[in-house]
Ligand binder design. Sequence first.
Ligand code: SF4
Length: 355
Amino acid sequence: MNASSLVDKNLVLLGLSESELEELAISLGQPAFRGRQIYDWLYKKGVKEIDSITVLPKTWRAYLQQRGAKVGRLKEVRRLVALDQTTKLLLGTEDGENIETVGIPTEHRLTVCISSQIGCSMGCRFCATGKGGLQRSLTTNEIVDQLISVREAMDRRPSHVVFMGMGEPLLNFEAVLSAIRCFNNDLGISQRRITVSTVGIPHALPGLAKLALQHLGRVQFTLAVSLHAPNQELREVLIPTAKSYPIHSLLQDCRHYFSITGRRISFEYILLGELNDRLEHAEQLADLVGGFQSHVNLIAYNPIQEEQFQRPTLRTIRRFQHVLERRGVAVSFRPSRGLDQSAACGQLRRQYANT
Ligand code: SF4
């Protein structure tokens, strides 16, 4: 980074590493420890304004602000807390857009579901976010802020991150990788506790693997590929963009990704009542992913207003899971959380927009 030139272009501090902040301080004629002080106040204290970093000399704070530098935090617009304490936040950006993020607590972990874009261009049929199209991709600080905002709202340190909120992370992978670096190095989340979820962008996976190696030095986060259907025909019904990406090409790219990173792929499968939850679908799915270093995650559909899909019964889910287990496929079922508070992806933002 050329820190001084970044200051000239409205530098955003959140998302920068400790060494980048040291470099910034030095380039502006300050000792390196000033950079480390900013670093601590950004990531440990969660400071929102440069002027609140009171450990810095007043004159230097004023100078940074005059040059257009800012912390880059978001404003909390709305908070919903479910009976199980799942906490959904709507965060406002500088340009007047809203981002959804969710904190999902259990006794031993706090998972933050992170958005990578505002809206989404993929148009998956079962998803509220896809209904409104894409506004724009998020910047690194807007991604990083979501984790800090959940930490503050829930007064608890997040342990896990899943990129399963609004947007397709592979359409914003530079900012996503940069945020992963920050979560890992600056906010103490091990890469092994970070999951990036994608519905699949044609032939992007090998490129992602190489770039992740370049950016992060090693690839240890989990890649979760949203399959949601055991064959091409059904997948095209649920995910319109699948028309240009045959399911067998997607699986081939997953194998390629595995050969580069050595990381087992997680396949996500939303069970939609009477549509993709029959025993024959479970058999087809086992044919598709059998013998592959992978894990299948079953998720029960969360109804959204705009679609008539049904939530499957627990009995159906267990039977589906049993078929996969019998066929030797590693599988688990993830119960939905916070159903009473607009649990489906993109619901809170759309409800807010309609009020
Ligand atoms: S499921 Fe994900 S990729 Fe599909 S429309 Fe929703 S946000 Fe986009």
